[in-house]
Design a protein around this ligand. Structure first.
Ligand code: PAF
Length: 279
């Protein structure tokens, strides 16, 4: 497995792969890899001959009071996991190698990014789009894989790819959950024992939403109200719960199959997100 720290070296290698007809897959991550990430690598391998995993805690997608400094990092373990998962290359840049001190070009998606998490985390999706566009230019992938866990992120990136004509297929892989239903996330490591137990409330509320819909409830307002009650009863502080069109992220009043329910809560000081589609 190749390890690139220098962006230019990755780009030269990737261009050579493409010239030789090798299909390149990219899995962008912030590291501290878990089963969720490994499932993204496995998905990428289905579409690509050579999978590049990027591991970069991207400073420009964190707000001033967010967890950039304390975001968990473990390069050695990440490299071992990528090797075991069959990655062809790992890209490990630093903020200094990724961003010129006077960098002045950013990528902004102006509609989907201004909803849900985007409203609560100003500048977050600008940071995500900018780094993902750069990773696309560096790794030259035919296909890039993202997790459904970050549902809004996947929508924003699809829109960026469409509107800027990136010749890249975007694959969104299903959420990987713990046995009790908690979606895998590097941020789960922040949770105390009690908070970890409370965190099952996120998936519990999503199950409730799906059950209500199956039983014939189609009022988004009523479903959301029941979810909020359930989340609060589990000791979680609701940031938002919304039912939206899965592509436009427009809020819906009457729930239909294919709509998505997205939520963000605080479990203690840790902000957790989750989502599911109505089927
Ligand atoms: O989903 C993430 O881990 C990050 O937002 C991403 C896509 C790697 C960009 O930094």
């Amino acid at each position: 497995m190749l390890v690139f720290r220098d962006p230019q070296k990755l780009q030269r290698w990737a261009l050579k792969q493409r010239e030789a007809g090798v299909r390149v897959g990219l899995v962008p991550t912030m590291g501290y890899l878990h089963e969720g990430h490994l499932s993204l690598i496995a998905a990428a391998k289905k579409y690509a001959d050579a999978v590049v995993v990027s591991v970069f805690v991207n400073p420009i997608q964190f707000g001033p009071n967010e967890d950039f400094e304390k975001y968990p990092r473990d390069e050695k373990a990440d490299l071992a996991k990528c090797r075991a998962a069959g990655a062809a290359a790992v890209f490990l840049p630093t903020p200094q190698t990724m961003y010129a001190p006077d960098a002045s070009v950013h990528v902004t998606e102006e509609v989907l990014a201004n909803r849900l998490c985007g409203l609560r985390r100003p500048g977050h999706f600008r940071g995500v789009c900018t780094v993902v566009a750069k990773l696309f230019n560096l790794a030259q992938p035919n296909v890039a894989v993202f997790g459904q866990k970050d549902f809004q992120q996947a929508c924003v990136i699809r829109r960026m790819v469409r509107d800027l004509n990136f010749p890249i297929r975007i694959v969104v892989a299903p959420i990987v959950r713990e046995p009790d239903g908690l979606a895998r996330s590097s941020r789960n490591t922040y949770l105390s024992e009690t908070e970890r137990q409370q965190a099952v409330g996120l998936s519990r509320s999503l199950h409730l939403a799906k059950r209500l819909f199956r039983e014939g409830q189609t009022s988004a307002k009523r479903i959301v109200a029941r979810m909020v009650k359930s989340l609060e009863a589990d000791g979680l502080q609701v940031d938002y719960v919304e039912i939206v069109d899965a592509e436009t992220l427009d809020p819906v009043k009457t729930v239909q199959k294919g709509n998505a329910v997205l939520l963000a809560v605080y479990d203690g000081k840790t902000r957790l997100i989750d989502n599911c589609l109505f089927s």
